[in-house]
Write a protein that binds this ligand. Structure first.
Ligand SMILES: CC(C)(COP(=O)(O)OP(=O)(O)OC[C@H]1O[C@@H](n2cnc3c(N)ncnc32)[C@H](O)[C@@H]1OP(=O)(O)O)[C@@H](O)C(=O)NCCC(=O)NCCS
Length: 402
């Protein structure tokens, strides 16, 4: 690594960023698509590892805000990570992560987050897998009935360029209820959530948006694909304030003419649909995969900013070899006015910073980590107490795939 230099990739190097991403992720970005793709590295902090003039490694950190229980926190959203195949296993990624950590500290962002294409890589850097996503399919070849009365108010289709104005307030209400999502600006809606062409599924239509206005309200974003005989509704996102609005949106999706199936690739682990469907056999669970990884950059700031479900006082011993400012013993006082302060007291629990990241959004039960030998409980009952404080009403979920 000593022969490589870590420095910012200038705006003039954006083309190289796309080339490197294409190379390591085995993509081909056509000329038409390049302009469409440049927006992402353009809005991020671009960390490059240069071998002379050659961009040998890159990491893009997007300054975003992440919904955590009870708060929206500054977050470095990491994407487009890659190292040339000729420069692997020489510590290039490690050096870029160190720069990203330092930048996030300097910018005052208490957390970082990413989607991992290789799950075995990021634990060593202090990231823990904080939420999961279910793949669900619904057989809509026959009518769908619900155990609640779907909200009878009308639904309407909305043009994609009106999404920030119409969907934005509903999405923001959801962020206050459910951790895991990112605060979206108009560019994020336009390019990350509602691109006209889905680069991973070019056969699908443009995004369609159906909304129930008002409060309570809700919306669904979907695409369709296939031919007249057997088209599928591919659901990208469905957000509703109440079960009744949720049922109305599912009923709409299930009754689109010339379609016989809904495929939803990313639903929360506590999705209501299996409970709402009068015939649960119509809803099939097809998969369960890891989603967002969270890294606590400024541990006391992240723990004090989070809302807590119970008041308590616990000493947590944290090991963090990469960010020593987080390493050591902390007295965590949860409740209405949370505090996280250094202490010399004996620990109730010993936990790695990656495991703390994994439980931070409330998705993973810390008691399971104790049973799995990944968190050590010194004081009997301490894991149960931390679990009670971390608990969230709705499981974390992330529809922002970056
Ligand atoms: C993953 C990738 C970025 C790693 O870059 P790198 O510069 O080779 O990583 P480093 O040399 O800094 O290695 C850091 C550590 O991770 C380990 N590691 C790296 N890639 C790994 C992999 N694919 N599987 C298992 N371990 C891996 C290294 O062995 C090393 O371990 P150590 O610290 O215990 O010695 C690079 O291989 C790559 O570009 N892969 C293809 C694109 C990709 O997967 N990007 C990640 C998207 S989320």
């Amino acid at each position: 690594m000593s022969d490589l230099e870590i420095r910012e990739v200038p705006e003039s190097g954006l083309g190289h960023v796309l080339d490197l991403a294409d190379l390591v992720f085995h993509h081909r970005t056509d000329d038409d698509d390049r302009e469409r793709t440049l927006w992402l590295p353009r809005r991020g902090e671009r960390i490059g590892a240069y071998d002379g003039d050659v961009l040998a490694g890159q990491l893009v950190a997007l300054p975003m805000r992440l919904a955590v229980p009870g708060a929206l926190l500054g977050c470095s959203a990491i994407t487009m990570v890659g190292v040339l195949p000729t420069h692997r296993r020489r510590g290039v990624l490690t050096a870029m992560i160190e720069r990203m950590h330092a930048d996030a500290v300097a910018a005052g962002r208490p957390v970082a987050a990413l989607w991992a294409s290789q799950a075995q890589i990021y634990g060593r850097y202090g990231f823990g897998q904080a939420d999961r996503a279910l793949t669900v399919e619904v057989d809509t070849s026959r009518p769908m009935a619900f155990k609640v009365e779907p909200d009878p108010r009308p639904l309407r289709l909305v043009e994609r360029d009106r999404a920030p104005e119409v969907l934005g307030p509903i999405h923001e209400r959801m962020l206050r209820r459910r951790p895991g999502g990112l605060v979206r600006d108009p560019e994020w809606w336009d390019k990350a959530i509602l691109p006209r062409v889905d680069e991973h599924d070019e056969g699908a239509t443009e995004p369609r948006i159906v909304v129930m206005d008002g409060e309570p309200g809700g919306y669904a974003v979907y695409r369709t694909k296939g031919d007249d005989a057997g088209a599928v509704v591919r659901l990208d996102e469905l957000t509703a304030d109440t079960a009744e609005v949720e049922a109305a949106l599912w009923r709409f999706l299930a009754s689109i003419d010339l379609t016989g199936r809904i495929q939803a690739g990313s639903r929360p682990v506590d999705d209501l649909l299996p409970l709402l469907a009068a015939d649960p056999d119509q809803v099939e669970l097809k998969g369960d995969r890891g989603a967002l990884w969270v890294r606590l950059i400024d541990l006391p700031a992240a723990l004090e900013a989070r809302g807590w479900a119970a008041g308590d006082s616990l000493v947590i011993e944290v090991s963090d070899t990469r960010l020593p400012a987080n390493d050591g013993r902390w007295r965590l006082t949860t409740g209405a006015a949370p505090r996280c302060e250094r202490t010399g007291d004996d620990p109730d629990l010993t936990v790695g910073v990656a495991e703390l990241g994994a439980v931070y959004l409330g998705g993973l039960d810390v008691r399971r980590l104790v049973r799995a030998g990944q968190v050590t409980e010194h004081t009997p009952g301490a894991a149960q107490r931390l679990h009670a404080a971390l608990e969230v009403p709705l499981a974390p979920h992330t529809d922002d795939n970056f």
